[in-house]
Write a protein that binds this ligand. Structure first.
Ligand code: MN
Length: 424
């Protein structure tokens, strides 16, 4: 697919540093507010937010099929629900307006000053209202590590794992944006050797490094979406932290899977990087053996080459890089996940969120959870300040970052940062 706004040679008249996640080739959508502006949609460029409400109300986005008021809203749902034909036109038009050759905004000082808002003056909000949330379990390294820890090395993967993208329906109401504090959850715990459970604060609080995609189209009940059609349903991606209380999980998860160990919080990066912007970074997925059923087969490159990092920062201390991995290590891709989600006729909503499952690589240091990094608490991580961590402590911040590089273009997801507070 040839998307105008992805041209690596494009440059903006807005200053964008080489390390910025938001060059003109990215143009991610988000929802922000300031002291003087109510919640509305914007696009990130360098250190600025381009205010889409202002552009739309002042005629800069005319002729694109946009209904009035579509950006002056708390969420992006109405906008992304217009479909990718229109949202792609809008992204291309924004690219045009920010192009250094284009004088429309560049040379219109009053408009330029009202349209560009420094990111540091804004608060980023949830980009979408999320009707439904699914968490998959689609990374073979992670699933194998967990299987090795809790079952045995020879039968690490369950018999179904290579035949379908395993997942569960998660809790949409507790998904929060970067910056939100996470209170340590309480629940039933059954320490090893105890004969009955006790009630208490989780001692094994963990993060899970994931990516999530957001859907922008409805299929209607009874209508499966194929792996080919899936591209029209996937608007974009965010970083996703699937916070997990391992001790609660361990006691509650048989036989129906995760429940309260997960539903206390998940968090996302606030900028939605469009699938269009990620198009140049598509890469081949792993060979799937045994061959999957026809409805899960796909053609073309459906994985993405996105470098991912996790940092742990004890309160008031330095950041420690604890995980470097890549989104390309997924066994099941987003198209397959969506085809599987809908094969039974389940209906998708605009704004639904589908998380990938913990993203781990093969090597220690590329594991996407404390559970794996500390190998169930048996190999504590050493931090720069001399402390050790098996799981997360109160005051710890977990920071996730993601970026893609190709043909001289570097684009990223911004930061996903949340701090752990004591249980309430
Ligand atoms: Mn998860």
């Amino acid at each position: 697919m040839n998307i105008k706004a992805n041209d690596p040679s494009l440059k903006s008249w807005v200053m964008v540093s080489a390390e910025s996640d938001f060059p003109i080739q990215n143009l991610p959508f988000g929802v922000f507010k300031t002291d003087y502006l109510t919640a509305g949609a914007g696009v990130a460029i360098g250190e600025y937010i381009l205010d889409l409400t202002y552009l739309h109300e002042n005629g800069f986005l005319d002729g694109l099929g946009l209904p009035s008021g579509v950006f002056n809203q708390q969420y992006l749902n109405s906008f992304i629900g217009l479909g990718k034909k229109i949202t792609r036109k809008v992204r291309n038009r924004i690219s045009e307006l920010l192009n250094r050759e284009n004088e429309e905004l560049r040379d219109n000082k009053p408009a330029r000053e009202l349209a560009l808002i420094p990111i540091k003056e804004a608060v980023m909000l949830m980009p979408v209202n999320i009707p439904n949330y699914t968490d998959f379990y689609s990374n073979e390294h992670h699933a194998t590590h967990v299987g090795e820890m809790f079952r045995d090395k020879e039968n690490a993967l369950m018999p179904n794992w290579k035949h379908l993208p395993v997942g569960y329906h998660g809790r949409a109401s507790s998904i929060v944006p970067s910056g939100a504090n996470i209170h340590r959850p309480k629940g039933q715990l059954k320490p090893q050797g105890a004969d009955k459970p006790l009630f208490g604060t989780s001692k094994r609080l963990d993060f899970e490094l994931e990516m999530a995609f957001i859907t922008c189209k409805e299929n209607g009940m009874g209508n499966p979406v194929s792996t080919v059609e899936a591209d029209e349903y996937i608007f974009g991606f965010v970083l996703f932290n699937d916070w997990s209380a391992r001790d609660i999980q361990f006691w509650e998860y048989v036989p129906l899977g995760p429940f309260l160990a997960k539903s206390f919080a998940s968090s996302i990066s606030p900028w939605v990087v469009t699938a269009d912007a990620l198009e140049p970074f598509r890469t081949k997925g792993p060979e799937q053996i045994p061959e999957v059923l026809p409805y899960l087969q796909y053609a073309g490159d459906k994985n993405y080459d996105i470098d991912l990092e996790v940092y742990l920062q004890p309160e008031g201390e330095e950041e420690n890089l604890i995980c470097s991995t890549n989104f390309k290590y997924m066994y099941w891709n987003a198209n397959q996940q969506l085809a599987h989600q809908t094969v039974n006729g389940c209906n998708l909503k605009v704004g639904d969120m589908y998380a990938s499952g913990t993203i781990s690589g093969a090597e220690p240091g590329s594991y996407g959870s404390m559970l794996e990094l500390s190998w169930k608490g048996t190999k504590p991580l050493k931090l720069k300040n001399g402390e050790e961590r098996k799981f997360l402590e109160d005051g710890d911040a977990v920071i996730m970052k993601g970026c893609c590089k190709k043909n001289g273009v570097r684009l990223g997801f911004g930061e996903l940062r949340n701090r752990i507070l004591p249980g309430k």
